[in-house]
Design a binder for this molecule. Sequence first.
Ligand SMILES: [Zn+2]
Ligand SMILES: [Zn+2]
Length: 205
Amino acid sequence: MSAEVQCPAGCGLMNYKTKRNMKIRVFDPLGYAMMIVGIPFIAAPDNLPFEFFTSNLIVNGGIGVGLLLLGARRASLVTTDLRCNTCNGVILESKSIDQKLKGDLLGLSENKAEYIRTALSSSTEESEHACPDCGEKMRHIRVPIEDGEHRSNPIAPDIVEDIQNLTTVSRTVEIDGCKGCDMLWFKKAKWEKLLSKDSTIILKK
Ligand SMILES: [Zn+2]
Ligand SMILES: [Zn+2]
């Protein structure tokens, strides 16, 4: 794609925004190590399984929280996406689709990219907008998803989640896209955020 991309809704130029996605895990060995080391500090701050210079509960608890937060931050995905400041729409280009929706190497999160690309190429519903890159009409798809995120989940991992125990919310995310240019347009930024989260799964028919 060219450096300058027009908003499909006709607002004008879109801007590249680099963002850290805390809800999307990437494999970062040091990040995971920090989270793992942080857990005993929180779980048993007065009885650490190793020698530590202080046995102060508050200090140790604080160190644990700090390690978890830093680890979770390291092991989260950073992407650069196009955002329209006027209508708040978001474009995911090919690279971002792979990064955000393809799942991870360990197979802990679903490959949503494949489903969406297939749905897009078989969709016969025309979008109301044209692709900002090639000028062809985009296609429209509706993706039924389930957001299975815990209400509160202080000990970070999406890693240890048990799908059965989650409170789930079903909804539909609407996407326009151009299969030729491999690009997706989300009229609402929150739809993109929702779809990209590791805890969101697509409800396949
Ligand atoms: Zn716009
Ligand atoms: Zn196109």
